[in-house]
Ligand binder design. Sequence first.
Ligand SMILES: Nc1ncnc2c1ncn2[C@@H]1O[C@H](COP(=O)(O)OP(=O)(O)OP(=O)(O)O)[C@@H](O)[C@H]1O
Ligand SMILES: [Mg+2]
Length: 189
Amino acid sequence: MELKKALRKEVLTKRTHLSEYEWKSKSESIANELLKLDIVNQAKNIASFVDFRNEVSTDAINRWILSSGKSLFLPLIDMKSRTMTFYKIMDLNELVRSNYGIMEPNPSIHEIIDPHRIELFITPGIAFDPNGYRLGYGGGFYDHLFAGLGIEIPKIGLAFDLQCVTDLPLEPFDMRITHLVTEYGVKKF
Ligand SMILES: Nc1ncnc2c1ncn2[C@@H]1O[C@H](COP(=O)(O)OP(=O)(O)OP(=O)(O)O)[C@@H](O)[C@H]1O
Ligand SMILES: [Mg+2]
């Protein structure tokens, strides 16, 4: 959809203007807000992601999940089959850099998990609207994934406030998240 394409470009351009200091301090605020949530503290099996370019940093979050004795699952995207699968990660140093430059699990050493066993999803996104709809990178990977899971599963988007928009171009298959965390706090939908 052309409208989505244009909005991705607009928001990503805005995001590149964050200074290193702003990126770091806002990411820290977002991590603090996220880790205060009861649903995060109560979940044992948590899916997260590894930040790419100047996305909200998930490094402290992923380390916290591991050090809290919870299980951390990270996504691997297969462009050929157009699927995203999650693997259990116990050591962040074991991730490998994909062709796109994203740090991903290694299927030859990491164990795959049935997404139905995951209790909470921490999700990336380019833009978010006031109703919990999200605009991703355009692969439909999260839309597919969430469509196959119960709507009540907590799905927490992480974003800088500059990624929040009043209007998103939506299509029937776009899935909503349940919470959005920005540097200003948590919004529940
Ligand atoms: N549940 C679904 N079943 C079939 N096709 C789907 C489904 N969800 C999304 N798609 C396909 O995915 C493509 C990309 O969708 P969209 O532009 O909304 O991606 P996105 O939300 O930005 O990406 P992502 O979900 O990876 O963050 C669409 O062209 C659509 O055909
Ligand atoms: Mg979508």
